[in-house]
Design a binder for this molecule. Structure first.
Ligand SMILES: [Mn+2]
Length: 311
């Protein structure tokens, strides 16, 4: 069933025990949304945990301190945040009925009993904020930090085209709590490791540009990532899009299990999700992804051919 924000708030208000699920290769939005929802529910006197996500990166780990547990309890209501499909749920999750999905990915078919999916929200964190307000949960500095991580990461620090007045309104509400947001901005958006810069340098030298530089495709060999952390690789596909003239781009990476993950980015007027859907993937128009089971160079050719059709 599709729920409104008020219905989702009522759904959560009626229950007392929660386990919140994040997605694989967790980003700031899923990690921050889960932390904010967990903390907000606890403030309302409920028992809430985030299911431990073994893949959480060093920069995001602070969000889940003191909030996680290794497995859901029988009485827990399972809630997923920012997770578009069942197969994307965190590796720590071994099964169970998810009663509510809170998300902003509009491309996938529902996989839960109830869902609140709003593709107009730049970040899932914006929806979590709305629900907490509906529930009457006051923000505190820690909830504000978590929400700020969620909305700032999914908007590239309020630079992407998905940023709306509501995004800024949530950021303002976060700042109004007195939370220290600058250190978060500095750590997430204004700090680069040498490893990350070396990988970016390799990308500059090895990206294939087509259609007068509007289309860019880069296939990253696994060996290049061996020294890299999850933080080094975070939004590496956004780096390709930042190159002048690039409208639609794809960065392909070899996953440890042998698959190829293609991450696509697009400026308004181009649709990254439409390309990914052709191969069973999904996402947003501006940012989408798909996993392909074929050699790296073949995957790059396959994605490139489909992207060319967009021109
Ligand atoms: Mn998100």
């Amino acid at each position: 069933m599709k729920l409104t924000r008020a219905e989702a708030a009522a759904f959560l208000s009626q229950r007392n025990d929660f386990c919140i699920l994040t997605h694989r290769r967790p980003d700031g939005d899923t990690a921050g949304s889960a932390a904010a929802l967990c903390l907000g529910l606890r403030k309302m006197g409920k028992r809430a945990h985030v299911l431990k996500n073994p893949e959480i990166s060093g920069k995001l780990a602070f969000l889940h301190e003191g909030l996680t547990k290794a497995s859901p309890d029988r009485k827990d209501t399972l809630v997923s945040v920012d997770t578009a499909a069942e197969y994307m749920l965190t590796r720590g999750f071994t099964g169970g009925k998810i009663l509510l999905r809170i998300d902003h990915h509009g491309t996938e078919a529902g996989y839960t009993e109830n869902e609140l999916v709003d593709p107009a929200a730049a970040a899932c964190g914006e929806i979590v904020y709305d629900i907490l307000m509906e529930m009457g949960a006051a923000l505190d500095a820690r909830i504000a930090e978590a929400l700020y991580v969620a909305i700032s990461t999914d908007t590239g620090c309020f630079r992407f085209a998905n940023t709306t007045a509501h995004t800024y309104a949530v950021a303002a509400a976060c700042a109004a709590t007195g939370a220290e947001l600058y250190p978060i901005t500095q750590a997430l958006f204004d700090t680069n490791s040498i490893t990350k810069l070396r990988i970016q340098s390799w990308i500059v030298e090895n990206t294939k540009f087509l259609m007068d530089g509007k289309l860019a495709v880069c296939a990253l060999p696994r060996a290049l990532e061996e020294q890299a952390t999850a933080d080094d690789m975070d939004n590496i596909s956004g780096f390709l899009r930042s190159i002048e003239g690039v409208k639609l781009c794809a960065l392909l990476r070899q996953l440890p299990d042998g698959g190829i993950r293609a991450s696509l980015r697009a400026v308004p007027g181009y649709d990254a999700a439409a390309v990914c859907r052709k191969f069973g993937g999904g996402g947003h128009k501006g940012a989408a992804g798909v996993t392909l089971n074929m050699p790296l160079d073949q995957a790059a050719q396959t994605i490139e051919a489909e992207m060319l059709k967009m021109f």
